[in-house]
Every structure is written in C-alpha cells, then in structure tokens.
Ligand binder design. Structure first.
Ligand SMILES: [Zn+2]
Length: 512
C-alpha cells in the first residue's frame, strides 16, 4: 500500500507541470562559457558594420538585400554552421533600387533639400525644373479646381508635420518604475485601432487614391510629401507603392524642408523645384528568401526537435537599417556564433532564420511557418517538434526582460534563466504581448514565440524607418549583452527535458 502510494505520488509529480520547471535550473557552466565568448571575443559590431556600412540598405527585393543573403550565408558557413541555405519563401514581387536622387529648391533662392524617392515609385526621367503647386484639397470635390493646371508641375500634398523643438532627450532607457509597471501588467489585451480610427484611415487612403489618379491624368511631374515624426534632419519613410503600377515620381522630405515650401507657397511666393531621380524595378527574380542555418542537436533522442532564433534582415532604404534591423540580425548571428564557438552542449537542434519582407507585412516568417510547421491550415509533425522561437526587433537597446505573449507557463522558466543577467539589468518578465514583428508568425500558429523587452534608446525619435538609421546609432555594449542573453536563453531551451510550455489556446486575434 505504502509502496503503491509512493509510486502514485512519484507519477503525479512526474506528470505535474512542476516537473517541467525542474529543469529550468540555470546551467551556470554553460552561461559562463557563453559570457566569456560573447564579452571577450565579440564579433557583433563587425557583423553589424558589414550589414550597414558595407552592404547598405536592404529593402526586400533590392540588390542590397541580395548581397546581404550572400554575405550572411557565407559568413555562417565559415563559422561551421550546418544546413546553411538561402531559402525561398514564396513570391514577393518586383524589387526596386534607387540609382540617383537629387532635389533642390531653385526659387525664391537656391537651396538643396533633404528628401529621397518614395519606395517603388518611378524616377523623374531626367532633370526636371518646375513650379510648385500647394494643393488645398480637403475632399474629392476640391480636385476639380485644379483641372488643366497641373501639367508638368510639382505638387505638394496638403500636409505639414509639426517639427518644432522638443525639450526631451531623443534617447532613453526604461526606468525601474516603467519596468515595474510592465511586470504588474496582467491584461492580455492586444490593443489595436478603434473603428473610428480605421474608418478615418480608409477615408484618407481612398482620397489619396483618387487624388493620385487625377494627378496622373493631369500630367503632374512630381509629388512631394512628408511623414510623421522626424525633424532636425531626420525623416521617416513610408510604405511606398509596391503594388501600384501607376505610381508617379514622388519624393519624401524632411518635415522642415517640406514645411518651408508649404509656407512660401501659401503666402503666394513663387516656389520652384529642381529634381532628378532614377529608380530601377527588378523583375528577373520575384521570389523572397530567408537565410537559414543550424547547429545540429547532440542528443540522439532530442536532435529532431528545434529551438529557433531570428530577426529580419530586410530594412528600409533611407538609412542603412542599422537599428531596424541590422541590430537584431547581428545579435542573432552573434548568438549562434557564440553557441557554436563556445562549444556548449545543445541537445536540440538550434536554427537561425534571417527573414525578409518583414517591413511589408511579416511575409518571410509567416510563409516560413506555414510551409514548415503547417499543412492545410493544421499543425504538422514538425509543429510538434519546435520548442520555441526568439526574436529581436526593437532596435539597438539592451534587453531588460521578455514579453511572455500571454504564456504564463513560461514565466517560471524565464524567472530562473534571467538570474545570471540581473546584474546586467535584465530581469523583467511581463505577461504582455508585443506586436509588429516576426515572433507573431510563430505565436499566431500556436508555437511559443518571444520578443525581448529592450531599452528604447532613440528608436522612436531618430532611427526607426528614418534616413538617420545608421551605424552610429548602434549601442555596442547593448548589442554584446543582447547576443549573450539570447545565446543563453536558446541554450537553456535547447537543453530542457521537455519542450517549452505552450499556451492552451491560440490568441491569434490578439496578435495580428
Ligand atoms: Zn524591424
């Protein structure tokens, strides 16, 4: 009787979720080796330099991104990683390169302007010099008053972006209070836009479409525009006209330069613009690719299972995509280099993915998850063999903790695994969701997908999708730390007795 009871007890213990957490214990020997390699022999800044200064902007489908596929895959082969491939994920569509970009004001006086062609727009087809027309259009009916008046003109959309002086620092780190606030957050809500806001977006998009087809009809030579945020030399690029074959030449400008043209035009001063832009559409290969590489697992029983880490390799093109997302790509590449080079045991296979098409709709990772882990909309065998996916795409800032994406069962694991990093400022575990990037592709299909809490630094003010997203904005100490923390999380996940705990339900609607 006694014996039976203890067997039952043992069995109960074995089956209880607590068992899964027993192997949450930190492997301090392995963490030591990871820290030693990552802090003393780091290559993260060299990787980041190659992706930014040397390869340059990496818009999906562009020559720059193709060069990045080549370099990252050959680099990972050189490190001795296995199964390295540039893996097609499906059709993306035409690529686009900028070959020339010049814009200046020539009246009332000469001054060069900060601006670049909008993504996937045609060039001006040589040097143009034309009067600027500021359009006073609130709705569709206002268009008709410009009929017959816009041929060969440069038009300005009726927008200005406030770019007045701010008295706050561009860059910041999370304060203890802010991190504490995240910890205490217990609603899983995904946020999103209100119905009224969505209706407003639609109305504006519709108005825009009508205006542009009117401009085309009227023979407008060039459209000038500006975008949210920015100021003081910084401007943000927008999503472009990838699927619009009737797009006009268009230049996105720094807000102050744009606003000056608007002020002059509104006061009735004659304003003239000179511009010469040349862009090229690439149609020989319409596919999108991800770069994949592995360290095979060492345990005969677990090596069929996989732990993934990744970041998107594609970027916008006004800068060199340093913080979005050479930072994440470099940290992930460095993490897998550390794992390989330090020789720590990895029972499960570790696989890195550098995604593309993230900026246009998280295409690379979504298609990869669909083709690898799903069949006819249902999880396949491989779905049962992936433990977790780790993503980095919140800029250059130091990791301060992790978003659980509502996966409460993973909390005790991360509480333990972050212990060796408390002194580096990383220990916040929040139940919150975070959105907008590639871990959603996994999380949305029931695979534990995580993104780290990172210090914002100047991501929102200076770098995210801007012309100033350049190498200088990378924080070396933060990136080294991030690669070490990620390598350690991946190692711990690869060596657990069980796979990472999963959410009982797919919170798909919250995450898209
Ligand atoms: Zn990004």
């Amino acid at each position: 009787m006694k014996r039976t009871l203890s067997t039952a007890l043992l069995l109960a213990l074995f089956l209880s979720p607590a068992y899964a957490f027993q192997n949450a214990n930190v492997d301090y020997d392995a963490v030591y080796k990871i820290k030693d390699e990552g802090f003393n022999n780091s290559e993260v800044m060299d990787i980041a330099w190659n992706l930014t200064d040397r390869i340059g902007p990496r818009l999906t489908g562009s020559t720059g991104l193709k060069n990045a596929y080549d370099w990252t895959s050959s680099q990972m082969k050189e490190w001795g990683l296995s199964n390295v491939k540039v893996d097609p994920w499906g059709e993306f569509g035409k690529g686009w390169d900028v070959e020339k970009s010049y814009v200046a004001m020539t009246k009332p006086y000469y001054q060069s302007m900060i601006g670049i062609p909008k993504a996937w727009t045609p060039g001006t087809n040589g040097l143009i010099k034309a009067e600027v027309v500021y359009l006073d259009i609130q709705d569709e009916s206002d268009l008709s008053k410009y009929a017959g008046k816009l041929k060969g003109k440069v038009v300005m959309m009726p927008t200005t972006i406030e770019a007045t002086t701010t008295f706050e620092a561009d860059a910041r780190r999370f304060t203890d209070e802010q991190l504490e606030g995240m910890k205490n957050f217990n609603v899983r809500s995904g946020g999103g836009f209100s119905a009224a806001r969505i209706a407003e977006f639609r109305k504006r998009a519709n108005m825009r479409r009508k205006a542009y087809s009117f401009f085309k009809q009227e023979g407008v030579a060039l459209v000038l525009n500006t975008n949210r945020g920015g100021g003081q030399g910084t401007f943000f690029t927008s999503n472009g006209s990838r699927n619009d074959d009737s797009a006009l030449p268009e230049i996105e400008m720094a807000p102050e330069h744009y606003n000056r043209l608007v002020r002059l035009a509104k006061k009735g001063e004659p304003v003239e613009i000179e511009a010469d832009t040349r862009t090229k559409f690439l149609t020989s290969d319409l596919k999108g690719y991800n770069v994949i590489a592995e360290i095979p697992g060492s345990d005969p029983n677990l090596k069929d299972e996989v732990v993934m880490l990744g970041a998107h390799l594609d970027s916008w093109f006004a800068g060199t995509g340093a913080t979005d997302n050479a930072a994440g790509s470099a940290a992930m590449m460095e993490a897998i280099r550390i794992l390989k080079e330090s020789g720590v045991e990895l029972k499960r296979t570790v696989r890195i993915a550098l995604w593309s098409g993230e900026e246009q709709g998280i295409f690379g990772s979504r298609n990869y998850v669909d083709k690898t882990f799903m069949k006819n909309g249902q999880p396949n065998t491989a779905h049962g063999k992936i433990s977790a996916y780790y993503n980095m795409d919140n800029g250059t800032g130091a990791i301060r903790g992790i978003y659980l994406q509502g996966n409460e069962a993973a909390k005790p694991l991360f509480q333990e695994w972050f212990k060796p990093f408390h002194e580096l400022g990383a220990q916040t575990i929040t139940i919150r969701n975070t959105g907008g990037t590639d871990h959603l592709a996994f999380d949305g299909k029931g695979i534990p997908g995580f993104q780290f809490i990172q210090d914002p630094i100047d991501y929102g003010t200076r770098t995210h999708h801007t012309n100033m997203d350049l190498f200088e904005r990378l924080q070396e100490a933060d990136l080294k730390k991030n690669a070490v923390i990620i390598a350690s999380m991946v190692m711990q996940t690869a060596n657990m007795d069980k796979k990472m705990a999963r959410k009982p339900k797919v919170f798909d609607n919250l995450n898209r």
